[in-house]
Write a protein that binds this ligand. Structure first.
Ligand SMILES: NC(=O)C1=CN([C@@H]2O[C@H](COP(=O)(O)OP(=O)(O)OC[C@H]3O[C@@H](n4cnc5c(N)ncnc54)[C@H](OP(=O)(O)O)[C@@H]3O)[C@@H](O)[C@H]2O)C=CC1
Ligand SMILES: CC(=O)C(=O)O
Ligand SMILES: [Mg+2]
Length: 757
């Protein structure tokens, strides 16, 4: 249920590796030629400038303003870390930028301001208005944040929201609606204890009142204790929540018999006894970040009837404003709302609450390694990776803005808008997420043939932490342990086998006997067969062959044919397979592309092309993707009769005859695989006329190899491969230069494959 906690060094490495930080600016127009540059900059750029000068509304037409949000902080209330300053807040603000982008395709400039003076901050944000389509204020401490936001809301004509106030209120409001429904309690009868009287807590409390909570049923605490009428230090935002109840001093007193605890303060201030003292079916939202008021484990261990939520992604019920801000701004920007009003916030809260009750898509279950998430005590609110959030919440917000009369650009075709929203979700990382999560469901034993390598060991660490595999390492025990220690890896009691160690003589003997039986009439004498087992790639393959492991990740290599020989000799091909082949997956923005054969067959015959295509189609289906196959060469449907053109034409004909349901088309040039307009116009019969290809089969190894290498080098595209197709059991060979991430991806692919063997 819970993921392994994040290591400090991993978090630091993540931020510092490669280009420091997490976001960058990328051009969205062509910039290749001198003409492009003349259009992008002087002289061409003067034309949109003049158009905007004539009518300022044109700024939305000719610039990025309409999709650009400023995430602005002064670093005074950064998560629960307090006033740590503007520079120290930057990783959080870049993080918000990243989330805006991946969840709602909104571009962000994060702006960290070196001021604690509200007037200066207000003035600064005001003068920034021309640049941005919206402003997300973040981690600005109370009470200053209230006035700052209020004044800016009045003065700016673009949507503005202090996320810690309203984002948090919306999400926790949705979670509260659902939690109360589950425990069958009425909000107006519930007793609330709120720890924190800052930006988030006050805003949540106000929304709870709107939802029906009674102010006399709320006890609020700040750093100095109970917010009570007798106190003289309360500011005007907190004062309305002051109670006149007597006999309650501490949080522990207040928690007795309470129905709901809301924590938006600091970590570790609630004890198990306090949780135990609450009313039946207690609702506990311990939302301080990164450390909640009470840990998830402690709270659920304290009593069985609790509904527990935190702000963290590694436990059930993540009540975090990430579920709101990307989609609220998306909806507000798309209708060009002049603000974000109460109606829009309430619409977002209700849409979220409703979404949690709908059946959960498979991709969400997979992402959380759950079989069947459904509305209940451990699922009161949708998960952040739910692809329906963008359509559900953004549409609700856009509609509400139109109802409020603050939408300057009302939407008329909701169906088209919904499709447009769905397209905004990047597809490039979905496949890998799916594969990794499928691997996590039933992790397999993966033997790493070349474990004396830091990159491999780092990948093993990640794969183990993520729960993808049970690793077995081959190599010199001392050497591996030294690398583990030097780099502070924590592999616990992972199994390490040295194939040269006399201690493993029995296993070697057993494997040698089996190998000799297999190869005794194929060039090996008894001595050689046994000796060969000391070679790690052979030993690893034999572990899988004998059932001592489930899949092999073999060494980082330059020579592919040599590296797959042990697997072929020990494990062999799948039934009916004449030749193995290799596939690469390129993770593009438009979704994954599968390339074959990139690795094994230099110049395949028609029959071999047919087999390569069949093996590739089968592998693609394993990832739950319907293959749409283009048979590539230099000719289109008979326009040339060269050797490769004829080969691909004949292979297509055979495949179409053999597999009438297969979407396979050819022969064709590569651009015909994607340009559906061109295909419809010229070759309307093509099976790829409506939707382009996702599988590309090449006429020979050169073409395939050159193509994927060009794409990955010039397109900055992440790839996985080569994935060996056609073996009886999964063995995958790492290319020299594979990164840690690529190795982890490969492990996940091998595990998924092993699951279906
Ligand atoms: N899960 C989520 O989505 C979100 C979580 N949060 C979390 O909520 C917390 C507060 O954030 P925010 O409102 O922006 O910050 P603020 O600085 O505006 O508010 C912090 C509040 O916590 C109070 N506080 C501090 N220590 C204690 C204590 N020991 N007992 C009771 N109250 C205490 C402060 O009291 P005083 O007023 O006396 O200083 C203040 O009222 C942070 O941990 C943040 O990470 C925030 C937004 C979203
Ligand atoms: C989630 C968030 O915004 C916070 O903890 O401050
Ligand atoms: Mg925040």
């Amino acid at each position: 249920m819970k993921q392994k906690s994040i290591r400090k060094q991993d978090a630091l490495d993540y931020h510092s590796k490669g280009r420091p930080g997490k976001i960058a600016v990328v051009p969205t127009k062509e910039t290749e030629t001198q003409r492009d540059l003349s259009l992008a900059y002087s002289p061409g750029v003067a034309e949109p400038c003049i158009e905007i000068a004539n009518n300022v509304e044109n700024v939305y037409k000719y610039t990025a303003k309409g999709n650009l949000v400023a995430v602005i902080s002064n670093g005074t209330a950064v998560l629960g870390l307090g006033n740590i300053g503007p520079e120290a807040s930057k990783p959080v603000m870049e993080g918000k930028g990243l989330l805006f982008k991946i969840f709602a395709d909104i571009d962000v400039f994060d702006i960290e301001l070196n001021t604690q003076d509200p007037e200066e901050l207000i003035r600064t944000v005001k003068v920034l208005e021309p640049t941005f389509g919206g402003v997300n204020l973040e981690d600005i401490k109370s009470p200053e944040c209230f006035e700052i936001e209020e004044r800016l809301r009045q003065d700016l004509k673009i949507p503005i929201m202090h996320d810690d106030q309203h984002g948090t209120a919306i999400i926790s409001g949705a979670a509260l609606i659902n939690a109360l429904e589950l425990v069958n309690k009425k909000i107006d009868e519930c007793r609330f204890v709120i720890s924190g009287a800052g930006a988030a807590a006050l805003s949540c409390a106000k929304l709870y009142l709107l939802l029906g909570a009674k102010i006399e049923n709320i006890l609020m605490f700040d750093k100095d204790g109970l917010v009570h009428k007798r106190r003289t230090d309360l500011n005007k935002y907190v004062a309305p929540f002051a109670t006149n109840t007597e006999g309650i001093e501490t949080l522990a007193d207040a928690m007795k018999g309470a129905d709901v605890f809301l924590g938006l303060s600091v970590g570790n201030i609630v004890s198990q006894d306090m949780i135990r003292s609450m009313a039946n079916d207690a609702i506990v939202f311990a939302m301080a970040n990164p450390t909640p008021e009470i840990s998830y484990e402690d709270a659920v261990a304290a009593r069985p009837d609790i509904i527990m939520a935190t702000g963290r992604s590694d436990y059930p019920n993540q009540v975090n404003n990430v579920l709101g801000f990307p989609y609220i701004f998306r909806g507000a920007l798309d209708v060009r709302a002049t603000g974000i009003d109460e109606n829009m916030k309430m619409a977002a809260a209700k849409a979220l609450a409703e979404l949690a009750k709908k059946p959960v898509p498979d991709i969400v279950n997979l992402a959380y390694n759950e079989k069947n998430l459904s509305f209940g005590r451990n699922y009161i609110i949708p998960k952040p990776v739910d692809p329906r959030l963008i359509t559900t919440v953004s549409i609700a917000v856009a509609k509400a803005a139109m109802e409020s009369g603050i939408a300057q650009n009302p939407i008329t075709n909701w169906e088209a808008y919904e499709q447009e929203l769905a397209k905004r979700l990047g597809l490039d990382n979905q496949l890998m997420r799916y594969i990794i999560n499928r691997a996590k469901r039933t992790p397999k034993r993966v033997v790493f043939a070349d474990a004396e390598n830091l990159k491999v060991l780092k990948a093993v660490q990640q794969a183990k932490d993520e729960g993808i595999c049970i690793p077995i390492l081959l190599g010199n025990v001392q050497k591996i342990q030294r690398i583990i220690e030097e780099h502070n890896l924590e592999l616990g009691d992972v199994k390490i086998i040295d194939t040269r160690d006399a201690q493993n003589a029995d296993q070697l003997k057993r494997y040698g006997d089996i190998f000799f039986e297999k190869r005794k009439r194929r060039g090996y004498n008894q001595y050689e067969a046994h000796k060969q087992m000391q070679v790690r790639n052979y030993f690893a393959a034999m572990m899988v062959e004998t059932g001592d492991a489930d899949c092999v990740i073999s060494g980082l290599t330059r020579n592919y044919p040599n590296a797959i020989r042990p697997a072929l000799q020990v494990i062999g091909r799948d039934e009916g397979v004449k030749k193995v082949s290799g596939m690469y997956i390129l993770l593009t923005k438009k979704g994954p592309l599968f390339f074959s054969d990139t690795t094994v067959n230099f110049n395949p015959s028609v029959e071999e092309i047919v087999e390569i295509t069949e093996l590739t189609a089968k592998a693609v289906e394993q990832f739950n993707i319907r293959p749409r196959i283009a048979m590539l060469t230099y000719s289109n449907f008979g326009t040339a009769d060269g050797e490769d053109a004829v080969k691909m034409r004949e292979a297509t004909a055979i495949l179409q005859r053999k597999h009438p349901d297969m979407i396979v088309e050819g022969e064709m040039q590569a651009h015909m695989a994607f340009d559906t307009d061109l295909v419809r116009e010229n070759y309307p019969f093509s099976k790829l006329a409506e939707e382009g290809a996702n599988v590309l089969i090449f006429p020979n190894l050169s073409a395939a190899n050159i193509s994927y290498n060009l794409l990955k080098e010039t397109g900055d595209i992440e790839y996985i491969g080569p994935i060996l197709l056609g073996l009886r059991k999964p063995v995958h060979v790492l290319q020299l230069g594979s990164s840690v991430r690529e190795i982890v991806n490969m492990v996940a692919i091998a595990v998924v494959e092993a699951q279906s063997k």
